[in-house]
Design a protein around this ligand. Structure first.
Ligand code: GTP
Ligand code: SPV
Ligand code: MN
Length: 595
């Protein structure tokens, strides 16, 4: 039995996992600095992690995963609810009994010769009424060190669980042989259980993140009256000191981290605007005592996309990675043991090791069309490192949300920004999201697919029931519900170049969104929703982007949208009688407005 907790439910379950995996040794993670330092040193000694330049990147480590193990694997991710219809048409499903029977032999003795680490952690500030406890057992030090950054990890999480509660999520992970043919990422929502095997990468193995905080938590939220969403949370401080909070759901690698940490254009900073980051990937939302919707970030760090991050595009993210950070699958500059990735700067290191571990001449390698860092290479950085981390980051009650923003990568169709007519229409707008696929998951990149609410890979139950839950939440929130918007930073011109400058300049769109929430700016009614008058998007100080450009970015091509409506109808058919009538009504209303 552990000295960390007397909770019999925890101890019994860990004993079962030990009996199954048969590790040589079991280490309970208390979260102490001494213990973590010891694990870091062990990982460095075995070569699992590489120590980086102690002066330039203090406390930072490098890790490389196998080339077959660099992203989430959606085709090997399962929702094992007892009834198939509870997983719905957008999830892979298998009967839980069958799945346990298939995986149990794979875990049998898998940790022989290895150490099992038992990680207690809290998703959300410890003691928050919105927080939840998880325990992950794993044979990977990399997982322990990442969980130490991404969650509130250690003995305090057990204190919060108490001595009797059974309310914790059980996560079992083994890297096993990292065999992609035997890789499984499996959620058992009805058992509060996650089993992950044969991967050692990010979202597949940091079980507090996508597996718990989205797949399991979305199911818990439906049953308990709250929401778990793939959303950033940010606060916009206005010149009068007032802060308005918004959330935004964009699919993986579509700009959440960047928007969450943006630095407003000069004209705005001079007037006293500032952005505060509460979260960059996941939000848990629940109505508060005043009837408004409140959000916490269940995470404690950022597992962010490295390529594209630089001083100019995302100063705050880069600053967050300058100490106590883990870099995965980026390139190393061997001259000074620092890191490099595409678009960090224009100077790839000459004496480089590319992400797979081969020593190369960086400039030559890049000139030949190769990438030094994997497109889904990431940094794991503590939230406390972020220069613009919100003073409310640890507020156990979260922050009140004024607006919810949906968005994705669409070369055409979706305009720069529009507002839904109301919550029900906003739910429809979220449900019809589509976006080009990215390197965050294995498979083709750049293919447009439907990704409702950016939750396609993360909804732990039937998507039709999920939409019904959204509609239900709207009824509970009533006139205190956040306003719902849709944005698209990714429209392209005839050369395929992005028209909108994006990044910090997205503040100009947030500005309009906040004004709409406060009712201080007009809008134009279009068939798809309310749009800004082009002149109401501030273009002051922009190079080559005028009010005419904005008008173009806001144009709604009725023929394209009629095609879009057909695509939505096709997509909706998948959901059969689980599709809420409100959603098909909204589709009919859209078609009528387009006709
Ligand atoms: P996950 O962590 O996978 O959920 O992704 P995310 O939504 O946090 O995406 P992130 O902010 O890391 O952005 C991913 C990629 O999109 C990076 O390469 C960015 O440089 C690029 N990007 C972000 N914001 C913008 C923008 O406003 N315009 C353009 N053109 N690209 C952007
Ligand atoms: C995503 O893919 O949306 C991520 C990265 O945020 S991972 O943690 O790997 O899921
Ligand atoms: Mn994500």
């Amino acid at each position: 039995m552990s000295t960390l907790t007397k909770n019999p439910n925890v101890n019994k379950w860990v004993d079962e996992m030990i009996a199954l995996c048969k590790p040589d040794k079991v280490v309970w993670i208390d979260g102490s600095k001494a213990q973590l330092d010891e694990l870091r040193n062990e990982a460095i000694a075995t070569g699992e992690m590489i120590k980086l330049n102690e002066e330039k990147l203090p406390g930072c480590l490098y890790h490389r995963t196998l080339p077959n193990d660099v992203a989430r694997v959606e085709d090997r991710t399962f929702i094992c609810s007892r009834k198939k219809e509870d997983a719905g048409p957008t999830n892979n499903w298998c009967d839980p009994k069958e799945m346990y029977a298939k995986l149990t032999p794979m875990y049998d003795g898998v940790m022989k010769g290895r150490t099992m680490y038992v990680i207690p952690y809290s998703m959300g500030p410890i003691g928050s009424p919105l927080a939840k406890v998880g325990v992950e057992v794993t044979d990977s030090i990399y997982v322990v060190l990442n969980m130490a950054i991404m969650t509130r990890m250690g003995a305090d999480a057990f204190k919060n669980l108490g001595d009797v509660s059974d309310d914790f999520v059980r996560g079992l992970h083994s890297k096993a042989d990292v065999d992609p043919e035997k890789r499984y990422i499996v959620q058992f929502p009805e058992d509060n259980t996650i089993w992950s095997i044969n991967s050692a990468y990010g979202g597949n193995v940091l079980l507090g993140k996508k597996c718990f905080a989205l797949r399991i938590a979305s199911y818990q939220g439906k049953n308990e009256g709250w929401m778990a969403e793939h959303m950033l949370i940010l606060g916009i401080e206005k010149p009068n000191g007032e802060i308005k909070y918004v959330t935004a759901a964009f699919p993986s690698a579509c700009g959440k981290t960047n928007l969450a940490m943006l630095i407003p254009p000069e004209g705005y900073t001079k007037r006293g605007y500032k952005v505060w980051t509460v979260g960059d990937d996941i939000a848990w939302l629940k109505p508060g005592e005043d009837g408004r919707l409140y959000a916490i970030n269940p995470e404690n760090g950022f597992f962010g996309v490295a390529p594209g991050t630089n001083e100019k595009s995302n100063y705050n993210a880069l600053a967050s990675t300058r100490k106590n950070t883990i870099f995965t699958n980026v390139a190393i500059n061997n001259d000074d043991m620092t890191v490099w990735w595409e678009k960090l700067d224009k100077n790839p290191p000459v004496n480089a090791t590319e992400w797979k571990g081969e020593k190369v001449n960086g400039p030559e390698y890049v000139a030949a069309g190769n990438k030094l860092a994997h497109p889904n290479s990431r940094f794991t950085a503590p939230a406390e490192n972020c220069p613009c981390i919100s003073p409310e980051f640890n507020n156990p009650n979260g922050v009140p949300i004024s607006a919810i923003i949906f968005g994705g990568r669409r070369a055409k169709t979706a305009p720069l920004v529009y507002q839904s007519f109301n919550w029900q229409h906003g739910t429809f707008v979220g449900s019809i999201m589509a976006s080009e696929t990215t390197a965050a998951a294995t498979g083709a990149v750049g293919v447009v697919r439907r990704d409702p609410m950016a939750m396609l890979p993360f909804c732990g139950y039937h998507m039709g029931d999920y939409w019904a839950h959204w509609l239900e939440m709207g009824k509970i929130l009533g006139d205190k519900a956040p306003k719902i918007f849709n944005v698209n930073w990714f429209r392209t011109d005839d050369n395929g170049d992005f028209i909108w400058p994006g990044y910090g300049d997205n503040m100009r769109v947030l500005d309009w969104i906040i004004d709409r929430c406060e009712g201080t700016v007009d809008a134009v009614e279009t068939p798809i929703g309310y749009e800004p008058k082009p002149e109401d998007i501030n273009v002051e100080g922009l190079d080559g982007v005028t009010t005419e450009t904005v008008a173009d970015l806001l144009s709604v091509d009725r023929e394209l949208w009629k095609e879009e409506a057909k695509g939505i109808e096709e997509f909706y058919k998948k959901f059969g009688d689980k599709l809420p009538k409100e959603m098909s009504d909204e589709l009919k209303a859209l078609e009528a407005r387009l006709a």
